[in-house]
Design a protein around this ligand. Structure first.
Ligand code: NAD
Length: 294
């Protein structure tokens, strides 16, 4: 069976790698945080000492890192993985990064005869654990067909968004909508509660009415409304506010390149920056709720 290297075992990478193990793929794993490597080693993966060690002998390399600079650092330059991966290797890069950065890594991979896909995901940590992620893939259709069985072990919906970088463009558009919905939901929850409504009652009314959206379905920002949501666990786990701020920044950069006007995205970015200034960047992005309560 295909030998896979998995690099980046954070909130998302760890459960994604676990699903590959469950599907029977031989896996060699690496993260800068040793405890994450040890966790997966205890479940049947081989622990690597470095990204290079993980990818030795691998036919497929998967990475799930925080941002563009980590991805460029991993793959580019004389010390980067692309300088050592043999031609014919398939790289599935799942981090959310700038479309420009993704295109740079694509170009370097092509020069080396390495097939690369930008394949950012949606679905959150719950989707990663359940193996129900959505993959938004940019790159060549042929490479996607090679990757499909592996992606299917981690996700349910796999979209070919278009050529190099298209997966990242789709992802920043999606996350801009998500941030705007989260903020709108949080401000409405605070408004309703301040005016005498029970949070759970208001949440259910809006969920089943025309204000219904993904955050009301799966991820209510008001503590105690949804037991499984990060809001009910002190805003821990989930998707960090600093990563949402990063994605909103990417959306603004992308809009600047194309000359698009994105005022809702711009406002959302400003509100997330405020949260970061308040020291809440490591908390789940639904912590934006706290901007609207005393
Ligand atoms: P995270 O910070 O929990 O995990 C990133 C991991 O990468 C960390 O464990 C870190 O130690 C590791 N890492 C960083 N540089 C490394 C390197 N050079 N070599 C090896 N490991 C390295 O982040 P996350 O929440 O898992 O998110 C990962 C990516 O997925 C981000 O781009 C994020 O925007 C995106 N994303 C996250 C979610 C979510 O709900 N958390 C949802 C969709 C997409």
């Amino acid at each position: 069976m295909t030998q896979i290297a998995f690099i980046g075992l954070g909130h998302m990478g760890l459960p994604m790698a676990r699903n590959l193990l469950k599907a029977g793929y031989p896996l060699k794993v690496f993260d800068l945080v040793r405890s994450a490597v040890d966790t997966l080693a205890g479940e049947g993966a081989v622990a690597a000492e470095s990204a290079a060690d993980a990818s030795d002998q691998a036919q497929v390399v998967i990475s799930m890192l925080p941002a563009s600079r980590h991805v460029e650092g991993l793959y580019l330059g004389e010390e980067g993985l692309l300088a050592r991966l043999p031609a014919g290797t398939l790289v599935i890069e799942c981090s959310t990064i700038a479309p420009e950065s993704a295109r740079k890594v694509h170009a370097a991979a092509r020069e080396r005869g390495v097939a690369l896909l930008d394949a950012p995901v949606s679905g959150g940590t719950a989707g990663a654990a359940a193996g129900t992620l959505t993959f938004m893939v940019g790159g060549e259709a042929q490479a996607l067909e090679k990757a499909r069985p592996i992606l299917t072990a981690m996700g349910r919906n796999i979209f070919h968004a278009g050529p190099d970088g298209a997966g990242q463009v789709a992802k920043v558009c999606n996350n801009q909508v998500l941030a705007v919905q989260m903020i709108a939901t949080a401000e409405a929850m605070a408004l309703g509660v301040a005016n005498g409504l029970e949070p759970a009652v208001l949440a259910e009314i809006m969920r089943q009415s025309s204000g219904g959206n993904w955050t009301l379905e799966k991820y209510n920002p008001w503590p105690g409304v949804m037991e499984s949501a990060p809001a009910s666990k002190g805003y821990s786990g989930g998707f960090m506010a600093e990563l949402m701020a990063k994605d909103l920044g990417l959306a603004q950069e992308t809009a600047s390149h194309s000359g698009n006007s994105t005022p809702m995205g711009a406002l959302a970015l400003q509100l997330y920056r405020l949260l970061l200034k308040q020291g809440k960047g490591k908390q789940d992005f639904s912590v934006v709720q706290q901007l609207f309560v005393e």
